[in-house]
Write a protein that binds this ligand. Structure first.
Ligand code: CA
Length: 706
């Protein structure tokens, strides 16, 4: 009887819901997050909302709001903060629609908050299995949600795409976008164009075949999929574009994980041209001599691709780094704008991909209009305007000798959002200035499920001698650069204390906001770079700010929480320069004077290693295996970024059997440490332990010397 009543009630509720939905007028903003194409295309007419990832389809991340401006910025204070119950990297851009904020924290957890007060409305945790962390190159991060006609869409780390009811956080539908057995992940934010949710994926370090998919908003059915690299030609091609692309490949790339080319972050849309643009990532493995022996451009790696959003039909592409061999992705932020070039207004697309060049393309057909390097680079002299190709320096492909590359595999610019202000005409770029040494590996064997860069394990590693380490360290820099895209030159720069800083937001108040690696949220004058205001965030910031307005009052908000690739790998720098991950949403307005509670958590490594009695050969083997398999999370030279345990302080160093139970047996899989028994032999596990003991002794000696 009771169950019958429940069924009846459910039926009634469902009917009411369906009727309610049926009566929703698509053009009338009636419910929560009732955003549609008309509203998004006219986003500048309601600057109080931040309705999509880059605020507008052009992804300029510029706000016409000027309530907070250079004249009153000193009155800006903390209005509210919201604690996220995670301690990893926070990379999400908040979406704010009609007074409600939607954002994601680490492990793909979604929060809806009252944007005026920070009061939580609902939370949704997709309960991603923690051992999925094994397949992340760059932390268990998520860059945010998309909203459309009362639904909130996001991609979970394990590849599921969710549609939630924006009012309640209940699941409307979910769909697996990828084969969960393969080392794909989703960290990027979806976009919605017309009635389709667009989502890509990551995993090219590990060995996957990249693609972007479009799902119907109402039921999650797959509308189209665009693969970015061809599969085995003997099996045929999914499209003419891939048949063309296959002519630019050699060897058997599909046997090495699938060629890479993941679409893990940037997209933009031009409603007038009806073109969707997305950026494509690096190859698997990085080393092209292994991936595609004999060379070739390897389309569509490191390319910007334009397609029709209804069908996924290829329209044009521009490849930034032909035959990429350094992890030089073109997944970086894409901005659309109309620029006056040589007296003519051009519809352009701008990108500062990892390779160090700032590109201005005609977005109607992909024609290269200009390209200049936005940092000092060592691998190419310039981009040839006739061919559109970079002119490489001999040896840069590290065929015979190692080559010191500027920029590194982290890029001159990574995923951290830029901002373009039509007021100043400047693009604000969070620039990384980091070298990396690339060399040929002694041997290479594809190891499914772990990173397969195909480069010698010295990538990014630091010399052992302390003086050399300090010298190397001085080369690792970062700054905010204001770039003039018309003149293709720097207008001003602000040097930061470290390289891994947050994304940018510019406003009509002549302001640029950015969070920093060393834990500050800062406002600069957009025209001059003068620092006008700063607030201590108690943790490094990597996300990008948003701004919005409620009842005529402007707010600026930033999600804080140190993390991402640099934070994990470069622990050596993190431990002295940055702050661990307190995860929060911080929202500011004029006249507010809120404060944060005192920092309680200050992790430090306690060194207590057992005696080192391994042979030099074992230590070398341990070093190699550690760099290939462990470094991506536990840090270069076994120095962690402190959001993940520093192995040099591990009690398992005393317990060889317990160590193997973790590394090979997966004993700590529920805490994010999966079993590596498929990738590491028992002998290698012991060698890695010996290497970590060696590094613990080194850390202990350095600490005692201080
Ligand atoms: Ca990569």
């Amino acid at each position: 009887m009771i169950s019958r009543v429940i069924i009846l009630l459910t039926t009634i509720l469902l009917t009411i819901t369906l009727v309610a939905c049926g009566h929703q007028e698509a053009t009338e903003p009636t419910g929560a997050a009732w955003v549609d194409g008309e509203r998004l295309a006219a986003a500048d007419s309601e600057p109080g909302n931040w309705m999509s990832h880059g605020r507008t389809y052009s992804e300029q991340r510029y706000s016409p709001l000027a309530g907070i401006n250079e004249d009153n910025i000193e009155e800006l204070g903390l209005a509210w903060s919201f604690d996220l119950n995670t301690q990893r990297g926070i990379e999400a851009t908040s979406i704010v629609v009609d007074g409600v904020m939607y954002m994601t924290s680490a492990w793909s957890i979604v929060h809806a908050l009252d944007a005026r007060s920070g009061e939580p409305l609902w939370t949704f945790d997709p309960r991603v299995a923690k051992e999925k962390a094994k397949h992340t190159c760059c932390d268990v991060v998520n860059r945010g949600v998309a909203v459309w006609q009362g639904q909130v869409f996001f991609g979970a780390l394990d590849g599921r795409l969710f549609a939630l009811d924006a009012a309640t956080g209940k699941v409307n539908w979910e769909v697996a976008t990828l084969d969960a057995s393969l080392p794909y992940t989703i960290t990027g934010a979806p976009r919605v164009v017309k009635d389709k949710v667009l989502i890509g994926n990551g995993g090219a370090e590990f060995g996957v075949r990249g693609f972007i998919s479009a799902y119907n908003v109402n039921d999650g059915s797959l509308a189209w999929r665009f693969y970015t690299v061809p599969g085995n030609p003997e099996l045929g091609f999914e499209s003419d574009a891939l048949e063309m692309a296959a002519k630019t490949w050699n060897g058997k790339w599909w046997e090495l994980g699938g060629g890479g080319g993941t679409v893990w972050d940037s997209m933009a849309y031009d409603p007038e041209l009806d073109l969707l643009y997305f950026g494509v990532g690096n190859g698997t493995p990085w080393n092209q001599q292994i991936r595609s022996p004999g060379g070739g451009d390897n389309l569509f790696l490191s390319s910007i691709v334009a397609v029709r959003p209804d069908t996924g039909e290829y329209v044009w592409h521009y490849q930034t780094t032909p035959g990429e061999t350094w992890d030089y992705t073109a997944t970086q932020h894409i901005i659309l704008a109309d620029l006056k070039l040589d007296g003519e207004t051009r519809k352009v697309l701008m990108q500062a991909p990892k390779n160090g060049f700032f590109y201005v393309l005609d977005r109607t057909d992909g024609e290269l209009l200009s390209a200049e390097n936005y940092i000092d680079i060592t691998w190419a002299t310039h981009v040839d305007m006739e061919t559109g190709r970079p002119v490489e320096v001999p040896g840069a492909r590290y065929e015979d000798e190692p080559f010191l590359m500027f920029p590194s595999y982290l890029g001159g610019h990574n995923w951290h959002s830029m901002s373009y202000s039509p007021d100043t005409g400047l693009v604000y770029i969070p620039v990384l200035d980091i070298p990396a040494n690339y060399g040929q590996p002694d041997d290479f064997k594809y190891n499914p499920g772990v990173a397969n860069t195909g480069t010698h394990g010295i990538v990014g590693s630091l010399p052992d001698a302390q003086a050399e380490r300090e010298a190397m360290r001085a080369l690792v820099q970062g700054r905010l650069v204001a770039w003039d895209p018309v003149a293709q030159k720097e207008a001003w720069r602000v040097e930061h204390k470290g390289p891994w800083n947050g994304g940018a937001l510019s406003t009509a108040g002549n302001l640029v906001f950015q969070g920093t690696a060393n834990g500050e949220f800062v406002a600069f004058a957009a025209d001059s770079g003068e620092q006008l205001w700063a607030f201590p965030t108690q943790t490094g910031v990597v996300a990008a700010p948003t701004t919005f307005e409620i009842d005529g009052e402007q707010y600026v908000s930033i999600n804080v929480g140190w993390g991402g690739a640099f934070a994990l790998v470069f622990g050596e720098f993190v431990q002295s320069d940055s702050l661990p991950a307190v995860n929060r949403v911080l929202t500011f307005k004029l006249g507010a004077d809120g404060s944060l509670p005192p920092v309680k958590w200050k992790p430090a490594v306690v060194f207590n290693p057992p005696a080192l009695n391994a042979s030099e050969a074992t230590l070398q083997e341990g070093f190699g295996a550690y760099q290939d398999i462990c470094m991506g999370c536990h840090g270069l030279n076994a120095v962690s970024g402190l959001t993940i345990p520093d192995l040099r302080g591990s009690a398992y160093l005393w317990d060889p059997r317990g160590w193997d139970e973790v590394v090979l047996g997966g004993k700590l899989r529920d805490r994010g440490m999966a079993s590596f028994s498929d990738n590491v032999t028992p002998e290698q596990s012991a060698a890695i332990r010996a290497y970590v003991i060696q590094q613990a002794h080194r850390g202990k000696a350095l600490t005692e010397a201080k």
